[in-house]
Design a protein around this ligand. Structure first.
Ligand SMILES: [Zn+2]
Length: 251
């Protein structure tokens, strides 16, 4: 990823942060409550994945189950059309992977589940020993001291090279991330704002805090799609809402 690609991904996250939290990405990241900053950024990854297929609904930021204090949530009600699936195939594939992991249909994957799944995948990289990430400790401290926000402008002012280094390291460690620039850019910004050690701890705490009460569809029962109109002619293993229904790939 180059500076331009990171800036473009940053713009996506900026737009989503404004919609979810009514504040800029900088204001989302650079708050005293770093745990909230982390949860909110991780949740944006879930919104990024769902947005092309979902509708948003108002959400009260102050109810206890609203784990990232967002002002809206997203639900997938309609089976995406072929054109939408093709145009946003990376995002839909991510949703399918996460759905499989949680044993649910794609429609019952909340932003929470996506954030947790991504956290589990990316944590070994963030918490691993790497020269590329060690320098982030220094950058995080400097950012803290100077009080400046991370923005496309500041990235170009010299932080850009550091951001590219971190983003490239993340993609090198997990090539599948290359399909999701907002996730790479968001994780990079978290590393730059929070630092490797603290981010590693925040990710561990987030995973440990899994709570069925915050997981809206944890106790529902689902059914196997079972369609044989697959590339391999083997029955599809995706889960659906009702017996006999077919998943979006075969609808
Ligand atoms: Zn299917």
């Amino acid at each position: 990823m180059n500076v331009q690609a990171i800036d473009k991904a940053w713009e996506t996250l900026e737009r989503l942060a404004q919609g979810e939290y009514g504040r800029s990405l900088s204001d989302t990241l650079l708050v005293d409550d770093q745990s909230l900053a982390f949860r909110r950024t991780a949740r944006l990854f879930g919104v990024y994945a769902k947005e092309p297929f979902a509708h948003s609904f108002p959400y009260d930021p102050d109810i206890p189950t609203n784990w990232a204090k967002s002002s809206r949530f997203w639900e997938i009600h309609k089976t995406p059309g072929k054109l939408t699936l093709r145009k946003h195939h990376a995002q839909y594939s991510l949703l399918e992977d996460v759905a499989l992991e949680w044993g649910r249909p794609v429609e019952f994957i909340a932003e929470y589940n996506i954030a947790l799944s991504l956290c589990r995948r990316v944590r070994p990289i963030v918490c691993g020993e790497a020269k590329a990430l060690e320098t982030q400790e220094k950058i995080a401290k400097e950012l803290e001291r100077s009080g400046i926000g991370v923005s496309p402008f500041s990235l170009n002012q010299g932080l850009g090279l550091a951001a590219v280094m971190v983003a490239s390291y993340l993609v090198q460690q997990m090539p599948s991330l290359a399909e999701h620039p907002p996730i790479v850019a968001g994780t990079t910004l978290l590393l730059m704002c929070v630092g490797q050690r603290r981010l590693c701890k925040l990710m561990k705490d987030f995973e440990d805090s899994y709570d069925k009460k915050k997981d809206r569809f944890a106790s529902r029962e689902f059914y196997v799609c079972g369609s044989t109109s697959t590339a391999t002619r083997k029955p599809c293993g995706a889960l659906v809402r009702e017996p006999g229904l077919r998943c979006a790939r075969h609808a």
